[in-house]
Design a protein around this ligand. Structure first.
Ligand code: GAL
Length: 714
């Protein structure tokens, strides 16, 4: 394997001294299975990409402190080597803060419990852990860096620090300086990048829907650097309760061509293949599917978008020498609202005709003819002839697929999750007041029961309010064994705490986000349930369900991520009176502590009877004879978890997509599936299937699996 020297000039990345046009696609190795990797990388290469980008998932590799796991889906070395085998470069975004819609933004959950920790700022415990992990990782990956003959040509430290920098002020800048210095001492031999918020010592890169909008600023601030776009979002992630986010193939192609026109020389599609958030790996509210409307779909197959992008890539690669040989072109008004860029080198020319208007087509006079340029479109003219129009998808590049049943409805047996009153004291915790959930579960389960006696005096009886002073994410309240309330049905991606916290935000952060989020000043962690209760002693059982840990400060009102909390962590009140306790808490479900999730213990399962919430379901099925990727159709279910042959597929939730997407997404994103279940189909990886299979569901509501079956993606 040949060693490569990586550098850069103000125009492009240099590989062994040669300017290179980077066409890269993000594929996160844990979001697919190892058997999928060769095909994913091949399809990427065939679509004209020359680079694969991935984050590194610290939370998954070191779920237990000091125990490193690089097996199976976490085999980063095998993933990089496969890319290399197929002739691809790799961009490695180490973070270790990565955001990425992954649980806790890529931080192991146990970090939160280190005394006095504050994330991503000058804080000794945090810096010690980050340094330990990053040093260990870079030593482990040493042979994979380009200088040692490996495929990694760029490495990233931190991630979008610019978004939180105003909150941390000068201290934040010192932390960032420390991070880049840490990178320097690692001597990985390839340039470091930092996206959105940089420091001398790293190339600052661009993230967004339209990279060209940031490019002039970038060159003004960093005249010695090329413009590299680390996150070109060809779609967007989905949240439980919100519509499916899509972006048109033509609009994605416009974004890429427009960026290259304006002088960009490196584009990474984030995501090129989104894949699946298996297990409990999703961040707070993120769906199990991470399809992202990416060019390769969740199952790894080509789409119209990957084909259209491939056609654009072919043109760009054919003319790369002209593009890179010339300096950055100057924007030239072409009349009629069009903007042109012209690259000339070694007797060849490459011109870009850009229409940035969102709604109006514009006319361009070319070779005595008038050519219509669609809204938000770019024409590429090579040596005087039209080579590509981003607004025109070749008819042969259109692909459509649909889920088709691959078998009958499955036959299920059931067993009940015991109520707290039926559970042994084994594993229970007792305290006067509720203990925050993650302190009990260590994020090894989504669930935690909180039980106490609610004694209502004669003068308190009747209509009143049960107040959970601090609760997350979703709770089911049972009084005397009956579910009387649950909430909130729809959760907010960015939860704000109190007016006081809002006022404390640095002005600049407010300005940046005002357009994006709604500030209602409410503390969304306070849940109030109006109930009518007779006097007397009542049994109160509250089941708290976490739906992933936050990915960043802004999701909890710009508090430090160390403030992330689940379950109950403030007093519970009946009207204004605090319940005296004591409380008993059970982290995790009883079924999670036994072999129920694997569907074992044949005697424990019975034929379904009268509906009730909190039930386990088991079905057995033979592998369908369909070669297409398979998925589970969970139509008719409520919310819960699904296991295939003992492996957790992920969370499921059929909640209707009635939420309103953040307004700022509308510049590129189109909502689909409004009012439909957020996610109906769940990927069953081929590698996890055997000839005979056991499917286990844990269902929180009283829904029963009457119309659940396996489907194939054709
Ligand atoms: C960026 C972030 C990524 C990912 C993306 C949205 O801001 O750097 O990690 O979260 O947003 O998919």
């Amino acid at each position: 394997m040949t060693e490569k020297q990586i550098g850069y000039d103000r125009r492009a990345l240099l590989i062994d001294g040669e300017r290179t046009l980077l066409l890269s696609g993000a594929i996160h190795y844990p979001r697919s299975t190892p058997a999928m990797w060769p095909g994913l990388i091949r399809r990427s290469r065939e679509a004209g990409l020359n680079t694969i980008e991935t984050y590194v998932f610290w939370n998954l590799h070191e779920a237990e402190r000091g125990v490193y796991d690089f097996s199976d889906r976490l085999d980063l070395v095998a993933f990089c080597r496969e890319a290399q085998r197929q002739g691809m470069h790799v961009i490695l975004r180490i973070g270790p803060y990565i955001c990425a819609e992954i649980n806790f933004g890529g931080f192991p959950a146990w970090l939160r419990d280190i005394p006095d920790i504050q994330f991503r700022t000058i804080n000794a415990p945090f810096m010690a852990e980050m340094e330990r992990w990053v040093r260990w990782l870079c030593a482990y990956l040493d042979p994979l860096f380009a200088g040692n003959g490996g495929p990694i040509i760029l490495a990233q430290i931190e991630n979008e620090y610019g978004l939180i920098a105003p909150t941390y002020g000068e201290t934040g800048q010192r932390y960032l300086g420390w991070a880049i210095e840490l990178g320097r001492t690692l001597e990985v031999g390839v340039p470091w990048v930092m996206c959105v918020g940089g420091m001398p010592g790293a190339i600052e890169t661009i993230n967004g829907f339209y990279g060209h909008e940031m490019i002039d600023d970038h060159h003004a601030t960093h005249p010695d650097q090329p413009s590299l776009w680390t996150e070109n979002w060809p779609g967007w992630y989905d949240l439980w309760g919100y519509p499916h986010h899509t972006r048109a193939a033509e609009n994605v192609a416009y974004g890429v061509a427009r960026f290259i026109a304006a002088g960009g020389t490196g584009v990474n599609y984030y995501m090129w293949h989104g894949g699946t958030n298996f297990g409990r790996e999703s961040m707070y509210l993120q769906t199990t599917s991470y399809d992202y409307d990416a060019p390769l779909d969740e199952y790894g197959l080509e789409t119209t978008k990957s084909r259209h992008a491939a056609a654009l890539h072919r043109v760009l690669l054919r003319h790369a020498a002209t593009l890179l040989g010339a300096g950055r072109a100057v924007a030239t008004p072409l009349g009629g609202g069009l903007v042109g860029y012209r690259y000339a080198h070694a007797g060849h020319t490459l011109e870009f005709v850009c229409n940035d208007d969102r709604t109006t087509a514009r006319e361009w006079q070319h070779a005595g003819r008038s050519v219509l340029v669609a809204p938000r479109a770019v024409l590429i003219i090579a040596d005087g002839a039209l080579a590509f129009d981003t607004a025109v998808v070749a008819p042969g590049d259109r692909i459509s697929r649909a889920m088709q049943p691959a078998g009958p409805y499955l036959a299920f047996a059931c067993r009940d999750e015991p109520w707290p009153a039926e559970r042994a004291a084994d594993g229970a915790h007792r305290a006067d007041q509720p203990i925050e959930q993650l302190r009990l579960t260590h994020d090894r389960s989504d669930y935690c029961w909180y039980s106490t006696t609610l004694t209502i005096a004669d003068d308190e009886a009747g209509a009143g309010t049960l107040v959970l002073g601090g609760a997350a994410d979703l709770v089911y309240c049972f009084i005397d064994g009956v579910c009387v309330a649950n909430g909130p049905a729809l959760l907010l991606e960015n939860r704000m705490r109190t007016d006081g916290d809002l006022a404390a935000f640095a002005g600049e952060v407010r300005k940046r986000y005002d357009a994006m989020f709604t500030y209602d000043g409410d503390d969304t962690f306070v849940l109030r349930f109006p109930l009518t209760l007779p006097a007397g002693a009542h049994r109160l059982d509250i089941l708290c369900c976490a739906v992933g840990m936050v990915k960043g400060d802004w999701q909890i009102g710009f508090q430090n991520m160390a403030g992330e909390a689940k379950g109950l962590w403030r007093p519970v009140l009946w009207n204004a009176r605090q319940l005296a306790g004591p409380w008993t808490m059970w982290p995790g479900l009883a079924g999670e502590r036994t072999a129920v999730t694997a569907g074992a213990d044949a005697a424990g399962w019975r034929a379904p009877d009268a509906a009730r919430p909190l039930r386990w379901w088991r079905a057995q099925f033979s592998r369908p004879g369909d070669d297409a990727p398979l998925a589970l159709d969970l139509a008719g279910m409520g919310k819960g978890l699904a296991w295939l042959n003992g492996r957790l597929i992920g969370r499921y939730w059929l909640i209707a997509a009635t939420g309103t997407s953040d307004a700022w997404l509308a510049t590129a994103i189109i909502d689909r599936g409004v009012g439909e279940p957020t996610q109906r189909y769940y990927h069953l990886p081929a590698e996890w299937l055997a000839d005979e299979n056991t499917l286990v569901l844990f269902e929180e509501t009283d829904a029963a699996p009457e119309t659940v079956r396996v489907c194939a993606w054709h």
